[in-house]
Every structure is written in structure tokens, then in C-alpha cells.
Design a binder for this molecule. Structure first.
Ligand code: HDE
Length: 722
């Protein structure tokens, strides 16, 4: 600290231009270190780069006013002239609008927010963003799916990315994580193979954003390290209700380092404060077609409606010498630490409350890297993490064409940059220091070298060492691929187990190769003979005999999704099925539900005043709960058809909502619709004369979220095929 202040007072640091040009490095970010003014909020920082077009003349890229709707020709019917720089500039810029989409995680959505530290954690880490209670750090988060391309549907069954950038006052720190705590492979060198097998086939580019095909399951079943992550992805974690309703994990073991060099092993865990919630598979499939943007829409709408989502940052902390103490290797990214073995320690809370202004500038150009770490955090020798440290930098160079991608506004740290890296495509800074090398005497050695004790420099944990024979091998402590998927399976509720099995049945039923199907059963059988049998029966195959090397009955807490009640129902969606002939009660019900922070849609035959959506476009995927308003019951009678919507649509919305486990119900005369549609009176079905009572029921129903007793289980009959 002392040194930094001295540097500032000597005025020897690089001065960067802060003139009105939008690309100037914003004043707020220059010359600030942790003892100076607090870091500017994300909003203020990016505002300096925003371009307003109000009350302006159109100009060329170099500023001259112009019009751009007529090209310059030799005569009104003649050819366009090469000298038309306006035409050339416009077309050329258009031709270059795209950058390569991310090779994985291409589809995503982002938001800005703030992380607030719960306290001073300097006993664990010297990371400055965790150094005092209430300390605020701007963040940007990008959520994503993995396999699909940029235009794919949000609800594809997949692992989901959860990447967080902290713009700390000691530089940018990224947790580039997923919503599942484990990964498919253990060595980064296999990543291209994994991704090739999952991505669409190279001959016909099918299927998009799906693993239900031979090559994916060929790889999974030939590479058993994939089994654990596969189990999580086949359970509800693969089809979350929304980004707001999923946890995030750093996956690898990292290190915390204190100022005096003491280290601990840690795992990052973001816990959603909205509660975990998932879709069911058929619902996710239909939703993918009805609204490919469902997840980005949910995030955007929640923030825009003032219901900013939050997550709590937790760590599991383990002593360095206990890396092998739990019966698996903490360097193995296919393993998670059950919470009973290392409890979650809360560090702070993140709230996402600002939607991006420009998708491309922010969400598309943000360049996360697991290698973006700050003082107080260090890597481990996890071979997957080690490979990622290369891949992310390389991929950003491919996407942005120059190492100066770190100077893009969304990537720019909120602290001054002083080093001898120079020039390159798109250099934004005007470096004034001609002594751009080190060591030097001509600039008194500046910029000076910071380290662990001087200048609060970043440092590698002093206890780390590496020295052994060179091998292309993984440690034998990485060998057990089956015990943890079994632990995960054991810890799910019966209906979640059923969903998982149904998911594997769905996926495996798309496999054409008998050999691959047999290989899948062999791997499943190592985890559980029950799972293998249930999948085999649906595939019309024989299950292998039990192979109980890895069988056990252990369970862990915290992995079930459906076993929880949501702590908040804010920004969940309720559909009121109404009729334009009597909208009064629907309108007052909407007002009442909106007081519960719910996003309410009144559905009617036409967009009459008071109707938000017509039956022609409404369907159950758009709502977390469905209520039939009085007066709408007539629309549910099969004889009542209308050219305004597909025959049977009102009943279909209600029945699908019921079948997909949602709370449904009727107010007053509207309740008759449930009977005529065949919705039985079971938990989560509410019929009331009184609106207040109905709202009370629905509030509970929404917190329950899915009424799982509506889904049949294999165990309900000796053989579910009977
Ligand atoms: Fe990534 N991954 N990954 N990954 N990953 C990328 O980087 C890679 C892995 C994750 O919203 C790419 O900027 C390798 C684990 C997220 O912008 C690329 C390996 C985890 C995102 C890349 C992994 C992740 C990415 C593509 C195995 C969870 C999206 C575009 C060694 C801990 C970030 C890009 C965003 C993106 C490589 C495995 C999470 C190619 C080589 C494990 C959330 O660099």
C-alpha cells in the first residue's frame, strides 16, 4: 500500500488520456488503488462508453455528417461508384459484424450487479474484495448453455455455465463455473474429444444442442469419467427453471492464500437465494420451441421488474494435507465434496440488478478466463484447470483478434494498468512512457515490480512445489468413476431418480448402435443395477448382472432440487385464463397477485383492453401457475371452438400445466373448467370462491413449485411396462 501511495505522489505513473473521446480510459479508473476512492460502480464506469443517438446528425465512422440511404451512381440507372466511401464503409462494417461465437457456451445471457462481502476474511485469503464487511465490488455474470450454438434454445438439456467477473480494486477476478459441481473429464487434453462427440455430427450438422445421439453416448460410455456429470445433467440440473434458479460451482479445487502465505484448498459454491427449481423434460422441450429465449427473458424481466436475483458465495475449505482424506482426490474435477465433509462457509452476497445496455458490447464481448485471479487466490494442479488456463486466453485471441481484448470496456479492469505490454491490433491506450522495458534505470525502474510483501503484488502460494518424473498418466487416485454418481443418485427423491432414468431412456432411445447401447448399460450397471435394469427394459434389452464393486448406500444433503420449497416466489409467472366477456375479476386478481411480486398475464380470446396475451399464443410453458377466472369456463367446453385459437387450446394450457406439476386452479365459476378438462382434485389444485384464499393457496403452491406426485414411478408396478 505504502509503495503505491508513494508512486502516486511521485507522479511517475503512466498518465492516460481522459479527454471526451469515448475510448479514452475513464478518469475514474486511473490511479486508483484500494486506499483511494472506492471503485466506481459498473453502471458509472460503462456509461462513459455509451453512445446516445438522440438529436444528432448521422455521421460517417470518421465523423462527417452524411446520409446513408442512397448509393452514389453514374446516373439514376447506372452502376455504383467505387468512390462512394459511404456505401463502402457501411457495407464493409456490416460484412464484419460477426465475431466467432464461443466454441462452447455460445448461447448465453448476462447481467451486471454488485457483490457485498459479509466480513473480513483475511484469516483465509488476502483477496481484497473479501477484506471487510459491507465491501462492494461490481460484477458481471454470464449464464450459458454449453453445446448449442448462439441461436439455440435456452432450455436444451445441458450443463449450464455460470461465469462471474469481479471488477475488484486489485484487478479482475473471474469464477468461470457451471451449475453442476463436477465435470465430464479429468484431463484438459480430452476436451476437444468430449466437445466433438457432443456437438452436431460433422456430416449433417444434426442434432443441434442435444446429446441424444450416438457420438455423445459413444464417448460417454467409452470414457467413464463422464458418468458423474452425466447423472447431474440427466437430473433436474440439466433443465433448470431459469438461470435465477440454479447454483453455481467453481468445480476445480482452488487455493486461498493469506498475506503471510498460508494456504487452504477451497471449492467455490454460489447458492441461489431464489431456491433451486427445474422444469420437467416434456415442458422443457415444448418451451424450447415456444420461446427459445425463455431463460434470458426470465433474467431480463426479473431485473427489469425490480426483482433482482441474488446468490450467496460460499466456500468449502480444506487443509492442504487433506487433499486425499475423503477417499477421492481433490485434484480430480469429477468429484465434489459432500457438504457433510466440508461445510459451506458463506462469504458474501451477489445481486444482479442491471440489464446490459448492448448485448454485443457486453455479453458477447466479455472474455472470462479461469486465469483471471487476484492476490489471495491461487490455482491447484487439477489437470483440467491447468489446461483451461491456456485455452481461455487462446480462445479470446481467436474471438477478438488481438490481446487488446482486455481493453474492451466490459473487460477493462477498474484499476489502472501499468506494464510494458505494448501495441497490437486495436490498442486503445496512448502509453506515454518510452522506457517500456524492465529492468531500467531511465525511468527509475518504473513501473515497479510488486510482490507478496511490496505493492500488494499477486503471488503464487509459497508452499506449492512441482518436481517429479515426466509422465502422460493420471494418478490412480482419479480411478473411481462410479461411487460418486451412485452417491448422487442415492440422494435424490424417488421422483427425481425417475426423471433421471427417464432422461437416460429418452437419450439412449435415440442411439442407433447396439454396441453403444450395450456400453451405456455396462457403465450404468457399475453405478447401479437398478438403474441399468430400468433403462435396459425401456430399450428392450437385457441388463447386465449386478457388479457391486462400487455399490453403497451412502447419501448426502443438498443435491436434491425437488425436495425444497422456494424461499421467494418473486418474478415467477402466473397465467390467468380469462374471457373477454368478463374481465373484471381477472383484472382484480391480477392486481392482487402482482402485490406478491408475481409477473401476471391475463389470457383472452383477443387483445381486448385488460388482456395481455391471446389464447392463440398462450401455452402452459409460459406460466409457473395457471388460474381459470370466472367467465372463462365456457371456453373449456369441447363444443366451444373459435377461429381465434386452435381447437381445445384453453383446456390444453390448463391440462399441460397440471401434467407438468404446476399449481393450477379456478376462481368461482372458473373452477368448472378444471372438471370439464379432467384435472383431478389433488395437491396443488386450488378451487376457491374467495380470491384471497385462492391467492394464499397459490403462494404456497408456487413455493412448492412442482407437485411431483402427479408423475408415475416405475416402482408403482412390478414392471412399468405391464
Ligand atoms: Fe470452459 N471454455 N472449458 N469449462 N467454459 C469456454 O472460453 C474449456 C470447463 C465454462 O460465459 C471457452 O470464452 C476447456 C469447466 C464457462 O463467456 C473455451 C475445458 C467449466 C464458459 C473453454 C473447459 C467450464 C466456458 C469457449 C476443459 C466449469 C463460458 C469460449 C479443460 C468450471 C464463459 C470461451 C462465458 C467457455 C475451454 C471445461 C466453464 C474454449 C479446454 C470444467 C462458464 O476457452
Amino acid at each position: 500500500m505504502h509503495t503505491v501511495k508513494a508512486l502516486l505522489s511521485w507522479g511517475l505513473l503512466l498518465q492516460l488520456s481522459t479527454a471526451a473521446c469515448p475510448f479514452a480510459h475513464p478518469e475514474a479508473a486511473v490511479h486508483q488503488r484500494r486506499d483511494d476512492k472506492p471503485a466506481p460502480t459498473e453502471d458509472e464506469f460503462l456509461k462513459k462508453f455509451e453512445v446516445e443517438d438522440g438529436e444528432s446528425w448521422m455521421t460517417s465512422d470518421v465523423g462527417g455528417p452524411m446520409g446513408d440511404q442512397r448509393s452514389l451512381r453514374a446516373g439514376q440507372r447506372g452502376p455504383t461508384l467505387l468512390e462512394d466511401f459511404i456505401f463502402r464503409q457501411k457495407l464493409q462494417h456490416f460484412d464484419h459484424e460477426r465475431i466467432p461465437e464461443r466454441v462452447v457456451h455460445a448461447r448465453g445471457a448476462g447481467a451486471h450487479g454488485t457483490f457485498t462481502s459479509y466480513g473480513d476474511f483475511s484469516n483465509l485469503t488476502s483477496a481484497s474484495f473479501l477484506s471487510e464487511e459491507g465491501k462492494k465490488t461490481p460484477v458481471f455474470v454470464r449464464f450459458s448453455t454449453v453445446a448449442g450454438s448462439r441461436g439455440s434454445a435456452d432450455t436444451a438439456r445441458d450443463v449450464h455455465g455460470f461465469a462471474t467477473r469481479f471488477y475488484t480494486d486489485e484487478g479482475n477476478f473471474d469464477i468461470v463455473g457451471n451449475n453442476i459441481p463436477v465435470f465430464f473429464i479429468q484431463d484438459a487434453i480430452q476436451f476437444p474429444d468430449l466437445v466433438h462427440s457432443v456437438k452436431p455430427s460433422p456430416d449433417n450438422e444434426m442434432p443441434q444442442a442435444a446429446t441424444a445421439h450416438d457420438s455423445a453416448w459413444d464417448f460417454f460410455s467409452s470414457q467413464p469419467s463422464t458418468m458423474h456429470t452425466l447423472f447431474w445433467a440427466m437430473a433436474g440440473f440439466g433443465i433448470p427453471r431459469s438461470y435465477r434458479h440454479m447454483d453455481g460451482f467453481g468445480v476445480h479445487t482452488f487455493r486461498f492464500v493469506t498475506d503471510d502465505g498460508k494456504t487452504k484448498l477451497i471449492k467455490w459454491h454460489w447458492k441461489t437465494l431464489q431456491g433451486k427449481a427445474s422444469l420437467v423434460w416434456e415442458e422443457a422441450q415444448v418451451l424450447g420451441g415456444k420461446n427459445a429465449d425463455a431463460h434470458r427473458q426470465d433474467l431480463f424481466d426479473a431485473i427489469a421488474s425490480g426483482n433482482a436475483p441474488s446468490w450467496e458465495l460460499n466456500v468449502q475449505v480444506v487443509d492442504e494435507d487433506r487433499a486425499l482424506a475423503f477417499g477421492f482426490d481433490l485434484l480430480d474435477p469429477t468429484k465434489f465434496i459432500p457438504e457433510e465433509l466440508a461445510p459451506l462457509q458463506p462469504l458474501g452476497k451477489m445481486t444482479l440488478d442491471i440489464n446490459p445496455t448492448n448485448y454485443f458490447a457486453e455479453t458477447e464481448q466479455v472474455a472470462f478466463q479461469p486465469g483471471h485471479i487476484v492476490r489471495g487466490v491461487d490455482f491447484t494442479e487439477d489437470p483440467l484447470l491447468q489446461g483451461r488456463l491456456y485455452s481461455y486466453l487462446d480462445t479470446q485471441l481467436n474471438r477478438h483478434g488481438s490481446p487488446n481484448f482486455e481493453q474492451l470496456p466490459i473487460n477493462m479492469p477498474r484499476v489502472a494498468i501499468h506494464n510494458n505490454n505494448r501495441d497490437g491490433f486495436g490498442q486503445m491506450f496512448i502509453h506515454k512512457n518510452p522506457i517500456h522495458y524492465n529492468p531500467n534505470t531511465l525511468n527509475n525502474g518504473f513501473p515497479a515490480q510488486a510482490n507478496q510483501t511490496t505493492g500488494r503484488g499477486f503471488f503464487t502460494a509459497p508452499g506449492r512445489k512441482a518436481s517429479w518424473y515426466l509422465v502422460r498418466e493420471l494418478s490412480a487416485t482419479f480411478d473411481d468413476h462410479w461411487s460418486q454418481p451412485r452417491l448422487f443418485f442415492n440422494s435424490l427423491t424417488p421422483v427425481e431418480q425417475q426423471f433421471l432414468i427417464n432422461a437416460i431412456r429418452f437419450e439412449a432411445s435415440h442411439i442407433k448402435s447396439e454396441q453403444v447401447k450395450r456400453n451405456v448399460l455396462v457403465q450404468l450397471n457399475r453405478i447401479s443395477n437398478d438403474v441399468a435394469k430400468r433403462v435396459a427394459e425401456a430399450l428392450g434389452m437385457e441388463a447386465p448382472a449386478p457388479e457391486d464393486t462400487y455399490y453403497h448406500n451412502n447419501v448426502t444433503q443438498g443435491v436434491s432440487i425437488f425436495n425444497n420449497t422456494l424461499p421467494t416466489i418473486a418474478a415467477l409467472r402466473v397465467g390467468i385464463l380469462a374471457s373477454v366477456k368478463s374481465l373484471d375479476e381477472a383484472t382484480s386478481l391480477k392486481e392482487r397477485l402482482a402485490k406478491e411480486k408475481l409477473l401476471v398475464t391475463v389470457v383472452g380470446e383477443s387483445l381486448a383492453e385488460g388482456v395481455d396475451q391471446t389464447y392463440s399464443s398462450a401455452d402452459a410453458t409460459g406460466f409457473d401457475a395457471i388460474i381459470v377466472a370466472p367467465g372463462a369456463e365456457e371456453l373449456f367446453k369441447t363444443e366451444n371452438t373459435s377461429p381465434l385459437f386452435p381447437t381445445g387450446r384453453p383446456g390444453q394450457v390448463l391440462l399441460d400445466g397440471y401434467r407438468w406439476g404446476k399449481p393450477v386452479g379456478g376462481l368461482g365459476a372458473g373452477s368448472a373448467a378444471l372438471e370439464s378438462t379432467g384435472v383431478p382434485s389433488t395437491p396443488g389444485v386450488y378451487t376457491e370462491e374467495d380470491a384471497e384464499k385462492l391467492v394464499g393457496g397459490f403462494k404456497q403452491g408456487l413455493a412448492t413449485f412442482k407437485f411431483t406426485d402427479r408423475f408415475p414411478l416405475d416402482s408403482d408396478s412390478d414392471s412399468y411396462l405391464n
